[in-house]
Design a protein around this ligand. Sequence first.
Ligand code: SF4
Length: 397
Amino acid sequence: MLIGKIASMFGIYLHIPFCLRRCKYCDFITYAGKEELMPSYKSALIRELRHQARKIHGLPARADTVFFGGGTPSLMRAEWIREILDCARGEFRLASGAEISLEANPGTLAPGDFSSLLEAGVNRISIGVQSFDEGELALLGRIHGPDQAVEAVREARREGFRNISIDLMFSLPGQSLARWKENLYEALSLQPDHLSLYSLILEPGTRLFEEVRQGVLQPAEDELAAEMYELAQDELDKAGFTHYEISNWAREEAFEARHNKIYWKNQPYLGLGAGAHSYLSGIRTVNEKTAEEYIRKMQAANLGSEAFPAAVEKLSLDLYTIQQETMMLGMRLTKEGVSERAFHERFGVGIADVFPKEIERIIARKLAEWRDFSDGPHLVLTKGGALLGNQAFQEFV
Ligand code: SF4
């Protein structure tokens, strides 16, 4: 179904749901104080890799990317990462030069750990710095201080990483524009290859959400958050970075996150681990969330079991939903947007044939525009549209 004629990329995502402590804003699938489960979790991941490689029909012939996300994947020993990657190489043909990313948190890696990860096969490291300010890090409930953040980035470079990404957060309660600018400058001074900048989202159920609800903390005003985003657009532009996705900037095209581009281009991926999502042949599956139950299900899986033995949800998407998602995700790509030609090759119709009114509206509101590329027109967000991206995406819901 519908994976079409365009050359599609395929990625493997491995979720590592362990953290030393839960940050105050975090609602991700992760567990603190359960590190003793990690060895059996690692074995469950390897079991799932093997199982899925044998049981899912029509898997793409080779994987272009592998991504260890979390949680805190840097809590896993490098030898376990190597074991998992060896299994991935054995079960799936990894493309030569495949991007292999791992999310690392400052305060979880000792000297020498980065080179062990490199030796294990990881070639891109994404460091969860979030802020260089002691008070902001405390407010977020991060386990690290500013010095550890700086040291983690320097150590990654010293030990040989050639593709380093830094995550920062903005629009924090009490954060001034000047303070945000200092965070940006501090990050740039470390010469990262890639930056991901996220506006704080107060998720119900988190400690930060409660503190704001009780009036202990004041949330950032929308206007200030917009100024912070625009400041980042300008400063990173001056520093030579390309803004290629709503929240992401790269020093060169080669450093754009290839794995995440698979999601944004609505291409297939296999998600392994607790709570992981997969998207293959128009079917989305979601795995069991708890680490214990995921491990139990994978231990019970045998060759007689169906594909997705740990799945708790399976949803077959209809054509229109896939087209909507292709637009919503693709429009996030601020540099290239959605190619008319790629859309046509995939679905056999043009973008404006499926969404005539929606496109008319977002263009009239100056949220998006058609731009010429070597393969023809692409529908791309305007600079102002990047700031109001959600308003454009909502047209395709
Ligand atoms: S390190 Fe990341 S995943 Fe872990 S608790 Fe903090 S925000 Fe959540």
